[in-house]
Every structure is written in structure tokens, then in C-alpha cells.
Design a protein around this ligand. Structure first.
Ligand code: HEM
Length: 131
């Protein structure tokens, strides 16, 4: 990582981010706690996530250029995000990184960076529709 200018570059730049995100969403769609929150047609969500993570990891500001200020917590407010769902989201991402052959140390760093926002997006302590 130390020889890279950003996490974005360390993860493989545009191709790397696209690869990770395309491995991530099938896991989200297969997860019992996460799947019900997402639309069947996941492609538009995937495209937005590619733009967002590119910028979040220090690449070009693709998301803001298209959608303005990210306001990510606000954009997640319509969805009941419990602590369990935040953990599940991070587990899916961790598995997607492992499948993308990202080295362990870099995987840990990436998950550390995402843990802050994931826990920050928690807006519901428990969801009575899930057990
Ligand atoms: C904590 C667990 C999380 C859950 C349960 C969750 C769930 C969701 C859901 C349901 C959507 C809307 C899908 C739709 O358009 O219908 C969404 C959108 C999105 N999420 Fe998350 N999310 C989580 C964490 C994160 C994290 C950690 C990030 C990035 C740091 C992130 C980035 C995004 C982005 C970029 C979008 C698209 C926003 C837009 O509409 O422009 N999410 N998320």
C-alpha cells in the first residue's frame, strides 16, 4: 500500500473497483438481512457504488460530479439499517475483497475505512420484521 498514492490505486483503479463491486452485490442479494432492502434490478445501484467508492478511496470525484454532495447517511435514511445489517454489509464486502485476490493487509485497511461509514449509517436499533 505504501507505494501507492491512494487506496483507489492500491485496489487496482477503475478495473479493480468495478471487479470488487460486481462481486459484492450478488452477496448482498443473497444475504437474508440485506436482500429485502435492495431492488431486483441491482445494476443502477452497482453503477452508483462504483462512482462512490472510486471517490471515497481517493480516485476521481465521479459520484459528486454526477450526483452532487454525497450526503450518504441521509441517502440511507429511508432504509432501516440495524447494527446487524451494517455488520452483514461489511462481511459481504470482506468476502468480495477476498475473492478479488486483494492481499490480507489491504483488505483489512479497506474494511477499516468502510467500517466508520457503515456504523454511521445505522439508523434503527432493531427491525421487528427481522429476527
Ligand atoms: C451499513 C449497511 C448498509 C446498508 C444496509 C446499505 C443499504 C443501501 C440501500 C438499501 C441502498 C439503496 C438502494 C436503492 O437505490 O434502492 C443503498 C445505496 C447506496 N449505498 Fe448503501 N448500505 C450500507 C452501507 C453503505 C456503505 C458503507 C457505503 C459506502 C461507504 C454505501 C454506499 C451506498 C451508495 C453509494 C448508494 C447509492 C446512493 C445513491 O442513491 O446515490 N452503503 N445502500
Amino acid at each position: 500500500m505504501s507505494s501507492y498514492a491512494s487506496l483507489y490505486e492500491a485496489l487496482g483503479g477503475a478495473d479493480g473497483i468495478r471487479g470488487i463491486v460486481s462481486k459484492f452485490y450478488p452477496k448482498v442479494q443473497a444475504h437474508p438481512l440485506l436482500a429485502p432492502l435492495f431492488p431486483k434490478d441491482i445494476d443502477p445501484v452497482m453503477e452508483k457504488q462504483i462512482l462512490f467508492l472510486t471517490q471515497f478511496f481517493g480516485g476521481p470525484s465521479l459520484y459528486s460530479d454526477e450526483y452532487g454532495h454525497p450526503m450518504m447517511r441521509a441517502r440511507h435514511l429511508p432504509f432501516p439499517i440495524t447494527p446487524e445489517r451494517a455488520a452483514a454489509w461489511l462481511e459481504c464486502m470482506s468476502a468480495a475483497l477476498a475473492e478479488s485476490s486483494i492481499p490480507e493487509e489491504l483488505r483489512q485497511l479497506t474494511i477499516e475505512r468502510l467500517s466508520g461509514p457503515a456504523h454511521h449509517f445505522v439508523n434503527t436499533e432493531s427491525d421487528s420484521s427481522i429476527q
